[in-house]
Design a protein around this ligand. Structure first.
Ligand code: HEC
Length: 137
């Protein structure tokens, strides 16, 4: 039994509720995404996406909260917009905005040793988007 199926079996044994590999994968994705968020976004957008983290104090533009993206977008999470915005593909309202262009800087805090060389791995990015979607109000 490999580690993953072991953890899966233990989780199922501990809970009598419906337990499918898909639901576990989704929960894992959110957890991984939360880690990426904590390392790359929380200092500006707040620990839980509530906006204005400590780093924002010295910034000219206050980082907006990210938990109301869905509400601001007629009730559905604007995954495509978020993905493009974070990758620097959309024009910023303020050209001097301190929001990093992650396509050029990479998720550098997720790879402290620079292992991925400033790269944004698609799997990590999808996990991050899953996490952001899960924290919408
Ligand atoms: C250095 C601070 C900083 C960091 C780090 C940062 N942001 Fe931002 N972010 C901002 C600022 C400031 C704005 C608003 C100004 C603008 O339009 O660029 C913004 C805007 C956004 C927006 C647009 C919100 C809207 O309602 O229009 C999204 C989405 C976003 N950030 C997501 C992220 C994600 C995801 C991360 C982490 C991968 C991240 N940001 C990291 C500062 C930051």
């Amino acid at each position: 039994m490999n580690l993953h199926s072991f953890i899966f079996a233990s989780a199922c044994a501990a809970s009598l509720s419906a337990c499918t590999p898909a639901s576990i994968d989704a929960a894992d994705a959110k957890k991984r995404g939360q880690l990426v968020y904590a390392k790359e976004c929380s200092q500006c957008h707040g620990t839980r996406g509530e906006g204005g983290g400590p780093a924002s104090l010295g910034l000219g533009v206050a980082p907006p909260e990210l938990i109301g993206l869905k509400q601001r977008n007629d009730g559905y999470f604007p995954r495509e917009f978020v993905s493009r915005f974070v990758m620097g593909l959309l024009e910023k309202e303020d050209p001097d905005s301190p929001m990093p262009d992650f396509a050029s800087v990479g998720l550098r805090h997720v790879y402290p040793k620079g292992g991925a060389d400033g790269e944004v791995l698609e799997a990590d990015f999808e996990d991050l988007l899953d996490y952001l979607e899960s924290i919408q109000e």
